[in-house]
Design a protein around this ligand. Structure first.
Ligand SMILES: NC(=O)c1ccc[n+]([C@@H]2O[C@H](COP(=O)([O-])OP(=O)(O)OC[C@H]3O[C@@H](n4cnc5c(N)ncnc54)[C@H](O)[C@@H]3O)[C@@H](O)[C@H]2O)c1
Length: 287
């Protein structure tokens, strides 16, 4: 399996450089997936805006990219607040130029509550951080991209948009909105040469390398068809592909990168046709 992504992946990989000189804004890039995605774009030659609500995390990631030969600036901003989003794109234009690619990745992720324990404040917070933020960033980016007749927007959805997580009604509703908005924006923005897609990560282990319990990882991985949790490194190629000219004829889609989770009805542990009936397979592989 791929290595757990280091805190900041190298900015100079030996692969393609599809984004040479392009300006790529990654929201929530101080966290596990966004951080790896930012490093991937930098590694393909992009000039990356590392946004996060947590300025120290954003600075850490930007420093890591700059320290490995890439180009990045940190722009702390709460992407759920209109004025802060205005500032994010103004700083981007002033310091690096107009945005070519927007990765709408920021989300409030630690927001589980049983529906009966929820309240309006919880609902508003999750919907604002996880869906209105997408509207605000896409709006500002699309106005710039439309003027220039081109650009790509890639969002971060979740399997929760399609199959619910227990105790995550607000999060799942927001992610359902992310997918509907992805399709709606794809139609409204296609005439301006702007493509809009999303990645739907599965169960991705974003704990720092060396932390967390291996037994827990193996247990959670056992219910996934590919028999392991994902790591941020599993996702970065999908974001880069959807944003790149390799995907010039793709818009309005949600690409699951989830080890087969959305494809499955029941996990192998409880399936009627269990793995014990598979020729030559005794039990799920573990990490
Ligand atoms: N990790 C998973 O298993 C998983 C699964 C499905 C979907 N996702 C989605 O992928 C994306 C990244 O998830 P992650 O696991 O890396 O999450 P994470 O919580 O590790 O990172 C999210 C980052 O976004 C930042 N953020 C939160 N609110 C913000 C705001 N208002 N403005 C700016 N920054 C803000 C946080 O500070 C954090 O650094 C999210 O959209 C999440 O919903 C993750």
């Amino acid at each position: 399996m791929p290595e757990h992504t280091p805190d900041v992946a190298p900015a100079m990989p030996s692969g393609p450089r599809r984004f040479d000189g392009r300006v790529v804004v990654v929201t929530g890039a101080g966290g596990g997936i966004g951080r790896a995605v930012a490093a991937r774009f930098a590694g393909e030659g992009a000039r990356v805006v590392v946004n996060d609500i947590d300025g120290a995390r954003a600075a850490f990631v930007a420093d890591g990219i700059n320290g490995t030969g890439g180009t990045a600036i940190a722009v702390p901003a709460d992407v759920a607040v209109a004025e802060e989003v205005d500032r994010l794109f103004a700083v981007t234009s002033d310091e690096l130029g107009d945005v070519d690619v927007l990765i709408n990745n920021a989300a409030a992720t630690d927001v589980s509550r049983h529906f009966l324990d929820g309240d309006e404040e919880w609902w508003d917070h999750v919907l604002t951080a996880n869906l209105k933020s997408m509207y605000l960033c896409a709006d500002r980016a699309a106005r710039i991209m439309a003027r220039r007749r081109g650009g790509a927007i890639v969002g971060s959805s979740s399997g929760g948009a399609t199959r619910a997580h227990r105790g995550n009604a607000a999060y799942d509703a927001a992610k359902g909105g992310v997918e509907a908005l992805t399709r709606a924006l794809a139609l409204d923005l296609a005439p301006y040469g702007i493509r809009v897609n999303a990645v739907s990560p599965g169960a991705i282990d974003v704990a720092p390398a060396g932390s967390g319990s291996d037994a827990e990882r193996v247990k959670r991985g056992a219910s996934i068809p590919l028999a392991r949790l994902g790591v941020p490194a599993d996702l970065v190629a999908a974001y880069a592909f959807l944003a790149s000219s390799d995907a010039d004829y793709i818009t309005g889609v949600v690409l699951p990168v989830d080890g087969g989770m959305l494809a499955q009805q029941r996990s192998a542990e409880v399936d009627i046709f269990g793995l014990d009936k598979f020729p030559g397979i005794e039990r799920p592989r573990s990490n």
